[in-house]
Design a protein around this ligand. Structure first.
Ligand SMILES: Nc1ncnc2c1ncn2[C@@H]1O[C@H](COP(=O)(O)OP(=O)(O)OP(=O)(O)O)[C@@H](O)[C@H]1O
Length: 242
């Protein structure tokens, strides 16, 4: 199916000849075209420095292509107001979870709800419900800085889900976790897809995620490449270097 066909059927994400250059001569993303169906779970992998985070940032509206364009549900991303996109459409899980350590777990999950015109009490209830969903109902008042790595990552997932995003983007969400915590985070992401119909795009080296994804995309030197097997999916401690 061509990218244009998928767009007609309402692909969640389309990239059309997307490039991201950094002066003077770095090409982080080089002419990438792709299409991801609604509700699909796609893993993006490739060696270190191949452009995975750069591409995720372009799709997540954290950065803009130097040429080409990204469409979300058929609408060019640069026509969607950035605050609306981040408030209503997309949720992010970062590897280093970017939690505010001085806030309790609940406070972190409430952050995306603050700009959404939701009253304080409802925000609180929703954040607590999400934390229960990720198995942290007993830790809602714990300062994030006192949580374990796996717990923090689960808070990060709860925060990413707070706005009920239809697009969930994750950058090495299990990279820093032991296998049990990694399984748990992965279950949460898959649950978001099954229960909420979210589309998942996940950057990873983790074979566990690769096994569960519908499809793997491989980047090398900023370009999408065909790989016969899964050379970049290895335990985090054995990450291949560029
Ligand atoms: N702001 C920037 N300025 C200059 N070069 C950049 C910038 N951001 C990324 N790059 C370069 O673009 C290339 C792709 O980087 P990116 O972080 O997207 O790779 P990656 O595949 O996510 O790597 P890793 O797996 O190590 O996180 C790298 O060569 C990187 O040094």
């Amino acid at each position: 199916m061509s990218a244009a066909d998928r767009r007609e059927r309402g692909a969640a994400i389309v990239a059309e000849q997307v490039c991201r250059r950094h002066p003077p001569d770095i090409v982080a993303v080089d002419d990438v075209s792709l299409s991801i169906e609604r509700g699909e779970f796609v893993v993006l992998t490739g060696p270190s420095g191949s452009g995975k985070t750069s591409l995720l940032s372009l799709i997540g509206g954290l950065d803009r292509p130097t040429s080409g364009r990204v469409l979300i549900d058929g609408t060019p991303l640069d026509e969607i107001p950035s605050d609306r996109y981040h408030r209503e459409v997309v949720g992010f899980v970062f590897q280093h979870h970017n939690l505010l350590g001085h806030l309790p777990a609940r406070g972190n999950v409430e952050i995306p709800l603050i700009g959404a015109g939701i009253g304080r009490r409802e925000r609180r209830e929703r954040a607590e419900a999400l934390l229960r969903e990720v198995g942290l109902g007993h830790r809602v008042n714990a300062l994030s800085s006192t949580l374990s790595g796996g717990e923090r990552q689960r808070v990060a997932v709860a925060r990413a889900l707070a706005n009920d995003p239809r697009l969930l983007l994750a950058d090495e969400p299990t990279g820093a976790l032991d296998s049990e915590s990694a399984e748990r985070v992965l279950d949460l992401l898959e649950d978001a897809r099954e229960r909420r119909g979210a589309t998942l795009l996940v950057v990873t080296y983790d074979p566990l995620l690769g096994d569960r994804a519908d499809r793997l995309l491989h980047l090398r030197d900023g370009r999408l490449v065909d790989e016969p097997d899964r050379p970049y999916l290895r335990a985090a401690t054995q990450q291949p270097q560029g």
